[in-house]
Design a protein around this ligand. Structure first.
Ligand code: SAM
Ligand code: MD0
Ligand code: SF4
Length: 364
């Protein structure tokens, strides 16, 4: 009787099978994420790039970032904007200021706009989100761009109204899908409620982004668990961000991390589901870290911020913003040097439509 040989569990063989269409199993993901140098990681990154190329060609999409209110009722241990942190820049932008910024971003040529906020007590504690619906509708009307909304956890009926106002994507990152670790990060926030917000957004007809933080006490097993959760839910977008220690917060003393774990997760996400949007955020290391993130197979550059308007980033609130390094022209320079190009609005719209068809999400 011929015996079946056991599969080759080397990094190279796992990548080879992924290129042939096989999703890595949990033990295989563990092997990929255990790689300990950029050099060893290169075959994983190369496979991710190849799969991105098969799905998107050389196209990379650009996301404009609009952090419209930095007030927050929560106490996330990793976040500069946690309630009571005096080191955080606090503001609430008016609709006029938001629209001026969005026009500027549109003029620069971004493909989508991410409207992000803290869980501002003015909305989250009163339940009155009318100003958010008005903002979404106005930004959509003025720019014509697809809108991502990142308001934190909001009720199901609010998600329906956000979708009706013109939001296409709901972003809400679990940070980790390991309950014990989550409790240490998103203090006093219900794990299941946050998961439910994503499910409700999908029911409301939006595409959904989930994501994790690396470098916050997470292990390889935690990261494997998150990758399986995110791809198991078949979200349309997923991301990983390297934790940046923040002044005035309980995790301020953690060491600055290398981005290797983030990059490995980004590449593994591509191997799990080649057609989804994965993120190269300028928020972690600004422009200097962009090439490495694109080399790991990311398909959208996020946290592009219009300079000198007083709007902030999250993980790096002010780094390189007014210097103009987190802008479309700066990003295009990096893309050109890598043989990549900005995707068109039509290509982004086709990706949205394709994702909706795949999920049978009703078209708004
Ligand atoms: N307040 C909303 C919420 O928490 O969902 C929206 C803001 S949310 C999009 C901010 C995200 O940035 C977090 O979910 C986290 O993944 C990331 N982030 C926040 N602080 C960070 C830090 N210090 N380092 C890296 N990423 C961070
Ligand atoms: C980013 N600063 O893309 C933004 C933010 C919210 N949807 C995204 C964390 O890195
Ligand atoms: Fe608030 Fe979001 Fe920061 Fe948590 S991550 S403190 S919810 S702004």
């Amino acid at each position: 009787m011929p015996t079946q040989s056991s599969p080759d569990l080397s990094v190279a063989a796992i990548c080879e099978r992924a290129l042939d269409g096989a999703r890595p199993s949990a033990p295989e993901l563990e092997t990929l994420l255990s790689v300990s140098s950029e050099e060893e990681a290169e075959p994983v990154f190369a496979a991710a790039r190849e799969l991105r190329k098969r799905h998107f060609g050389a196209a990379i999409f650009l996301s404009g970032f609009v952090y419209y209110t930095t007030y927050c009722r929560n106490h996330c241990n990793f976040c500069l904007y946690r309630k009571g942190n005096d080191a955080a820049p606090r503001y609430r932008k008016s609709l006029d200021e938001i629209l001026t910024l969005c026009r500027g971003l549109t003029g620069e040529g971004i493909n989508l706009i991410d409207l992000t906020s803290g869980e501002d007590p003015l909305t989250h504690d009163t339940g009155d989100y009318q100003s958010y619906y008005d903002m979404i509708a106005a930004v959509r009307r003025e720019t014509g761009k697809p809108i991502m909304i990142s308001p934190g956890v909001v009720p199901a009926d609010v998600l329906v109204k956000m979708q009706q106002a013109g939001a296409t994507i709901f972003a809400c990152y679990q940070e980790t899908h390991t309950r014990d670790l989550y409790k240490k990060l998103r203090v006093q926030q219900d794990f299941d409620e946050r998961c439910a917000a994503r499910a409700n957004a999908r029911r409301a007809g939006m595409l959904v982004e989930d994501g994790i933080l690396t470098g916050v006490g997470d292990t390889v097993a935690d990261r494997v668990n998150s990758i399986l959760e995110m791809s198991g839910n078949d979200w349309e977008l997923a991301r990983s961000m390297t934790f940046v220690p923040q002044e005035g917060t309980p995790l301020a003393g953690l060491p600055i991390q290398s981005p290797l774990h983030e990059l490995l997760v980004t590449a593994a996400l591509r191997l799990m589901k080649p057609g989804w949007m994965t993120t190269a955020s300028l928020d972690c290391e600004s422009l200097a870290g962009l090439k490495a993130r694109l080399d790991a197979g990311a398909s959208v550059v996020t946290s592009i911020i219009y300079p000198e308007t007083g709007f902030c980033g999250v993980a790096n609130a002010e780094l390189d913003v007014d210097e103009g390094l987190r802008t479309v022209p700066a990003v295009l320079g990096v893309l050109a040097g890598m043989g990549l190009r900005q995707g068109s609005d039509e290509e982004y719209a086709a990706w949205i439509d394709g994702s909706r068809v795949a999920r049978a999400v009703p078209v708004a």
